[in-house]
Design a protein around this ligand. Structure first.
Ligand SMILES: Nc1ncnc2c1ncn2[C@@H]1O[C@H](COP(=O)(O)OP(=O)(O)OP(=O)(O)O)[C@@H](O)[C@H]1O
Ligand SMILES: [Mg+2]
Length: 287
């Protein structure tokens, strides 16, 4: 059985052949299982966006390969075209790419490219809109008349409506307030639970990744520096700090409480984990 996505020796040079040539992704091997939710972290400039932009053929590898369902997406034109539908990429600030007259047309754009029958497109638009919490009335509005949060959700619905096997988010919560961030993470979690899709999410928020990911991949200087479960990766606090990453504040707090002699675990990576750990201490700590 093939992987949902596989990168083999994947290398990408920007400004190839010039003095400025940099390997933004340097011989990366990565295999993503079907249905897996992979969280990707790494300091700014470590190559995360460059790496994921290869997964639907938006960028072409300088060296190495990308396989989707076991097939090299650059094998021929049709395979490349299909990979754009199989792997949906949701960029950072996706709302900047809304351009149609109505929200409906924007969400219908991807399925339209797939040459699906009209009724199927309509069903998908309505399903995706409902999923992200946009009311039918909003569908007839211009995307420019939506609030910031609604625009973001409309843009995400535009990728979901293609019903890709793999959905990739690059910093989906960037610029949202804490409430919006939490809602969006919950939405991604239920999307994955409902569809069983493979999801890759890039985020600077170590806490968001801890709350979602089955596996964490850490990028550092164009390479994968570390990967494993949340526990395996987040317990390497010193190594992460050396890569310019910080474990969540809640993890630090629990490490200190533990050091002070409070009988709490140290593998606490989200506030929800923390609440559960304090509740386990007894009635006085009940939230
Ligand atoms: N279009 C481009 N042309 C030249 N160099 C680029 C281009 N895009 C990115 N780079 C460089 O490639 C490297 C990796 O960038 P990339 O955007 O993939 O990192 P990132 O991990 O996504 O960073 P961030 O967390 O800031 O989004 C950086 O050194 C960056 O300056
Ligand atoms: Mg990036």
């Amino acid at each position: 059985m093939s992987y949902a996505i596989e990168a083999i020796g994947l290398t990408h040079y920007y400004a190839k052949g010039t003095q400025q040539q940099v390997a933004a992704v340097d011989h990366v091997d990565l295999a993503v299982e079907r249905g897996e939710l992979v969280g990707m972290i790494g300091h700014t400039g470590s190559g995360k966006s460059t790496l994921i932009s290869h997964f639907n053929g938006l960028l072409k590898p300088s060296e190495g390969k990308v396989l989707v369902d076991g097939v090299d997406i650059w094998r021929d034109k049709e395979t490349l075209r299909q990979s754009r539908f199989k792997v949906g990429l949701c960029f950072q600030y996706p709302e900047y790419q809304l351009f149609e007259e109505t929200v409906y047309k924007d969400i219908a754009f991807g399925p339209g490219n797939m040459k699906l029958p009209k009724e199927e497109i309509d069903a998908r638009v309505r399903r995706a809109a409902e999923f992200v919490g946009l009311t039918p009335a909003l569908l007839e509005k211009s995307p420019f008349d939506l609030s910031g949060g609604e625009k973001r959700r409309a843009a995400i619905a535009g990728v979901m409506s293609m019903e890709p096997e793999v959905l990739i988010f690059d910093e989906p919560a960037a610029g949202l307030d804490p409430r919006g961030r939490k809602d969006l993470m919950a939405l991604i979690r239920s999307y994955r639970a409902e569809t069983g899709s493979t999801v890759i999410i890039v985020s600077h928020s170590m806490e968001d990744i801890a709350s979602l990911a089955d596996r964490v991949v850490v990028m550092n200087h164009a390479k994968i520096a570390m990967q494993g479960t949340v526990d395996e990766v987040y317990s390497q606090g010193d190594a992460l700090r050396e890569m310019g990453l910080n474990v969540p504040d809640i993890t630090e707090i629990f490490a200190r409480l533990h050091a002070q002699g409070l009988p709490v675990p140290t593998n606490i990576y989200t506030v929800a984990d923390g609440v559960r750990a304090l509740q386990a201490l007894g009635g006085r700590w009940r939230a």
